[in-house]
Design a protein. Structure first.
Length: 388
């Protein structure tokens, strides 16, 4: 089952990814699934023990996979997205099809990428803008009411405090800290995958809203949130099949070389942890990582970046840092292709069945902490794009 988790920030909140260095700290712009899971585990342990049925269901038996929560449920800009450096109102562009098409085009006939990295919007007297196109950055996007993609990042502000000596109630010399915090009253949303028992247990303990503490600065009143969960729907196989078909039609309209191929994309909404046979972190997703049955699908192109995942253990091992692990960053995206077999409909249906399951249940390791959230054949790759 899929549940929607909503967290409202009741006070300013700061979530760190790294252990503190120096006197200035940043905050993450989202609530990692692992942070939510840790906060909930702590609350459960305060009210009961690790032997309780509730604790086992929520944390020990892979019955509940928490997801990252993002402002309004917004998605991370895919690494293939580009926008005008001078005027973000100009149409966006997405490079996934373009780079994929290059791979299928014979040498000598390849599209000119340099020219495409200039903004094509009309500006001035009938001319084009020609400003450089750049990656919109670390943030998030949403589709606004005019069906245009725009940036949707949480509000943050900078706060400062001095350390107080509890003995003399005076500030300690030289102990001045500043930090970025997410401002209060913002609402973050994400998905939780759960077994029927897991879903029922989670709904019971969150009720109409469960107060939790996340992040740093609790002694200064930071990080109080209210969490609640509602029923939601995952994607169905029919919807996925439709999505794959629309994606493929758009691809062929943009580049005729895609005709006769079955394409699908994978875009990571949260960092994915994948290991190879030697248990080393992988820096790319192959079709077989998504499902061994997709083995024959070739990775045409990808936009990817590594990220180090750090964190602290919650509960009985609280305060102990987890070992750092290398992951594939959120926003990374991949385009796969396979030649069409005689029965295209059947081929697409089989792919749809697999992708539906993976999109709902995620891929890779540590899925219970929110890793490996992926969207397949995301509209962004063709809707927000100007294509030649
Ligand atoms: Zn422009």
């Amino acid at each position: 089952m899929i549940l929607r988790a909503t967290a409202r920030l009741e006070t300013p909140t700061a979530i760190s990814q790294r252990r503190a260095t120096g006197n200035d700290l940043d905050t993450l712009a989202f609530v990692p699934g692992t942070t939510l899971r840790g906060a909930l585990a702590e609350t459960c342990l305060r009210q009961g023990s690790a032997e309780d049925r509730t604790f086992a269901t929520l944390f020990l038996e892979d019955q509940v996979r928490f997801g990252d929560l993002r402002l309004g449920g917004n998605a991370r800009w895919p690494l293939s997205a580009r926008w005008c450096r001078e005027n973000p109102e100009h149409p966006l562009m997405d490079l996934l099809f373009l780079y994929g098409a290059r791979e299928l085009t014979p040498a000598g006939n390849k599209p000119d990428l340099e020219a495409l990295l200039e903004c094509q919007a009309t500006a001035g007297r009938g001319g084009t803008c020609k400003a450089k196109m750049g990656y919109p950055g670390e943030g998030y996007y949403f589709l606004n009411s005019n069906q245009r993609y725009e940036a949707g990042n949480p509000d943050t502000r900078r706060v400062a405090h001095v350390e107080i000596d509890p003995g003399v109630l005076r500030s300690r010399n030289g102990r001045f800290h500043s930090a970025s915090v997410l401002t209060r009253h913002q609402t973050f949303e994400g998905k939780i995958w759960a077994s029927p028992e897991g879903a029922e247990t989670l709904k019971k303990i969150t009720g109409k809203g469960l107060p939790l503490w996340i992040g740093r600065g609790r002694s200064r009143g930071q990080g109080r949130i209210t969490l609640w969960v509602d029923d939601d729907q995952g994607i169905s196989t029919d919807e996925m099949e439709q999505q794959i078909n629309t994606f493929n039609q758009a691809a062929v309209r943009a580049f005729s070389c895609f005709a006769g191929q079955v394409l699908f994309s994978c875009t990571l909404d949260s960092a994915a942890i994948l290991f190879d046979e030697f248990l080393l972190s992988k820096d790319s997703v192959s079709a077989a990582d998504i499902d061994p049955e997709l083995e024959g699908y070739k990775l045409l192109t990808c936009f990817t970046r590594p990220v180090d995942i750090v964190g602290w253990n919650a509960g009985p091992r609280a305060q102990l840092p987890k070992p750092e692990v290398r992951a594939i960053a959120a926003g990374s995206c991949f385009l796969f292709a396979h030649e069409q077999t005689s029965d295209r409909k059947q081929q697409v249906r089989r792919v749809a069945e697999i992708l539906t399951r993976v999109q709902n249940e995620r891929l890779g390791e540590r899925r219970e902490e929110g890793h490996g959230e992926a969207a397949f054949c995301s509209e962004f790759h063709y809707q927000g794009a100007i294509l030649p």
